[in-house]
Ligand binder design. Structure first.
Ligand SMILES: [Zn+2]
Length: 505
């Protein structure tokens, strides 16, 4: 489950490729030979019980205790531990007889921007009258996360005081030069626009000698740790290229500057006769590839098999904190991740269905639904299949055993036949009337799959005190509840095999 509220992207009409899912229930059908009803359904009815029995709480428990262990370091996006988790999933799916569901195999990969400062090549210096002072990164000078982009530049320093209107007027055109300003206490934020307008190539900040607030050396500790550790972001055009570079000078650099200017006190607009130069170098090519795990369960009906039911769960979580403590994410979303593995066991027992099923474990959910966004931006399914529905499961292992939430409900404008199906079948798995998860309609990956114009249903057992805390651990999980939710999904998939998808209400 994602912390932030997201919009589901461009709005799409409720009318979908499957009107009977998107709209009202349909009349019972007896089915015709080869159409998936009748004989096929009868053949499968005995198997369904076996398939439901194949979804076993103790196996789910074993999987969660593995994937939500400290060794997986919170399955952060991106991380080596996440890649290991993806390979564990792939291994299991291979053994169960699933087929690779992505264009290039089991993994649908997508690029993220990766910014990690490369030391010691990242450096800065001050130079005047043939004297050069090297500045040590993160000791004498500092960068913010948004300023971390590969570039090299130098220019003469021009003092602009506090950067007020009169100060900037005195400085005039600063093209090719670097503005040096006193921090007003906002780390230069309010100066970015006016200084960029002068044409300056960078803004350097020093603390007011009487300034309040922490020294830069203390303030930037966490920022620097983040720059060294690296961070991923959704690729943005043009950012931060073209943005005014901002850097901060610590006490050591300020003293060096004093020495180079013989302690003269400048007035706004004064060129200091000192050059500042910096070279910012990043690790790698600025990109990192992330993975969604895609497992395909091909249908056998010549026509219906092209209609693919997407079932999704995110397998990432939020990693570790600055102290290295691990967020295990047993419920978020170890529960959905392992529930979907159990679903795979169920499908393998049930055998091929009329329609195809794609199980997709997405990454990047916690960072902003990245994996599902990347996949749904350019959906690819084997055998020219097209997605016809999405069931998403996220956080299904906590709270009362009989309670389970769903969205969209009857109170939501996108209420659909998938939800109705879940509502109708829920009691078979010991759930009471499903509660509303409508407040979460934009908060997990179904929001991205919804952009494809297909009906979606989100099953969600609600948040709790351990949500996004270090205490979301395996011992607090109800494995029986995950198993029953998974069986509910299996029942829904089984019920969606007739040509009209929905059996009699
Ligand atoms: Zn979450």
């Amino acid at each position: 489950m994602n912390v932030r509220c997201r919009t589901a992207g461009r709005a799409l009409a409720i009318a979908s490729v499957l009107p009977c899912i998107a709209a009202a229930p349909v009349a019972p059908t007896t089915g015709a030979p080869g159409s998936g009803g009748g004989v096929a359904a009868a053949r499968r009815s005995g198997l369904l019980d076996d398939a439901l029995s194949a979804v076993r709480p103790e196996l789910i428990r074993a999987d969660i205790e593995f994937l939500a262990s400290n060794e997986f370091r919170g399955r952060d996006t991106p991380s080596n531990e996440q890649r290991l988790a993806a390979r564990f999933l792939r291994n299991r799916l291979q053994r169960l007889g699933f087929q690779p569901g992505a264009k290039d195999g089991w993994f649908h990969t997508y690029p993220l921007t990766w910014r990690q400062v490369q030391e010691p090549d990242t450096k800065a210096w001050l130079e005047a009258g043939g004297q050069r002072r090297e500045l040590r990164f993160a000791m004498d000078w500092f960068l913010g996360a948004r300023d971390l982009a590969p570039r090299t530049f130098d220019g003469e320093l021009v003092w602009i005081g506090k950067g007020g209107k009169a100060d900037l007027a005195a400085a005039g055109n600063l093209k090719g030069r670097i503005a040096l300003a006193i921090d007003r206490g906002d780390f230069g934020e309010s100066l970015m626009e006016p200084v960029a307008a002068t044409g300056a190539s960078a803004l350097l900040l020093v603390r007011d000698a009487n300034g309040s607030g922490p020294r830069y050396e203390e303030h930037f500790v966490d920022t620097v740790a983040g720059l060294r550790q690296g961070s991923a972001s959704w690729p943005q055009e043009g950012e931060p290229k073209g943005r005014l570079l901002r850097a901060w000078l610590g006490d050591g650099a300020t003293q060096a500057l004093d020495t180079l200017t013989d302690g003269r006190e400048p007035r706004p607009g004064d060129a200091l006769g000192v050059q500042f130069g910096a070279s910012i170098v990043l690790h790698g090519d600025g990109k990192v590839q992330c993975e969604n795990v895609c497992a395909y369960w091909p249908g056998i009906d010549p026509e219906l098999s092209r209609e693919v039911i997407l079932v999704s769960a995110h397998y990432d979580h939020i990693g570790v904190d600055q102290q290295g403590r691990v967020f295990n994410g047993a419920d978020d979303n170890g529960s959905g991740t392992t529930g979907m593995l159990a679903l795979a066991e169920g499908l393998a027992t049930l055998g091929p269905l009329e329609r195809s099923v794609m199980l997709i474990w997405v990454s990047g959910e916690e960072k902003g639904l990245w994996g599902s966004q990347a996949w749904s931006d350019a959906p690819w399914l084997p055998e020219e299949g097209r997605a016809v529905a999405n069931i998403n499961i996220d956080m299904i292992g906590r709270n009362a055993g009989t309670s389970l939430g769903v969205t969209p409900t009857a109170k939501h404008k996108e209420y659909n036949g998938l939800t109705r199906l879940a509502e109708r079948l829920a009691s078979s798995e010991g759930f009471g009337a499903l509660t509303s998860a409508d407040a979460y309609y934009t908060r997990s990956d179904h929001a991205m799959f919804r952009r494809m114009g297909i009906p979606v249903a989100f099953l969600f057992a609600d948040i709790h005190a351990d949500y996004h805390q270090l205490t979301d651990d395996p011992e607090k999980i109800s494995y029986d509840k995950i198993a029953r939710t998974t069986r509910l999904v299996l029942r829904m998939i089984d019920a969606m095999q007739s040509p009209t998808l929905l059996p009699a209400e």
